[in-house]
Design a binder for this molecule. Structure first.
Ligand SMILES: Cc1cc2nc3c(=O)[nH]c(=O)nc-3n(C[C@H](O)[C@H](O)[C@H](O)COP(=O)(O)O)c2cc1C
Length: 180
């Protein structure tokens, strides 16, 4: 089972959020942590929308989340909040799914206008799922991320340095949990 699970909540096939999370996954590998991405858009829509939490399609993902010591939650900003796609997946998790884990929120928005959506919209949901070790979020704007096919991913230097710092912090906290 992975040490860290990254949940990518964009419905887009060419998602900036997914590309950022893949960057984070590779960086975490450099910290010798086993990290895997759950891409919510790959689950069947009916099971998600109807919140069929006991469907076998979610069994592996639920187990991975349960056993991970660190979680990254990534979402595009839709209408000044997190994407509904992400919420459908969070809704099929148990009520205390994030208890005892270090959680890093990441959001991608069209402009800086909704920078605080991580704090006023996403973090309360993560807290409701039991997260207490919630790291400072990373917000990316569209002009800071370029996705050209699957590769290369171009990140603005400012975003890259904020991401690297957040990933280092997550790695340190997660390793501390793994040796407890
Ligand atoms: C339906 C929809 C609503 C959006 N609403 C906002 C918004 O309220 N604020 C914002 O900054 N960007 C908004 N955007 C822009 C996206 O957040 C932005 O392009 C983001 O990087 C997309 O991430 P993704 O490529 O991972 O899907 C919206 C985009 C869509 C498609």
């Amino acid at each position: 089972m992975p040490d860290i699970v990254l949940i990518s909540g964009s419905p887009s096939a060419t998602s900036r959020t997914a590309a950022i999370l893949d960057y984070a996954r590779r960086k975490l590998g450099g910290h010798l942590l086993d990290a895997t991405v759950i891409n919510v858009r790959e689950f069947p829509a009916t099971e998600l929308v109807l919140a069929q939490h006991d469907s076998p399609v979610f069994a592996e993902a639920r187990k991975q989340v349960a056993q991970a010591a660190g979680i990254v939650v990534g979402t595009p900003i839709y209408k000044a909040a997190y994407a509904g796609t992400l919420k459908t997946f969070l809704d099929i998790l148990p009520q205390t799914a994030l208890r005892g884990k270090t959680v890093l929120p990441i959001a991608s928005g069209g402009s800086p206008a909704h920078l605080l959506a991580i704090d006023y919209a996403l973090k309360p949901v993560l807290s409701a799922l039991g997260a207490t070790d919630l790291l400072q979020g990373v917000y990316a704007t569209d002009d800071q991320v370029k996705v050209a096919g699957v590769d290369p991913l171009w990140l603005h230097d400012d975003l890259r340095s904020r991401l690297d710092a957040a990933i280092d912090h997550l790695a340190t906290q997660t390793k501390a949990r793994l040796v407890r």
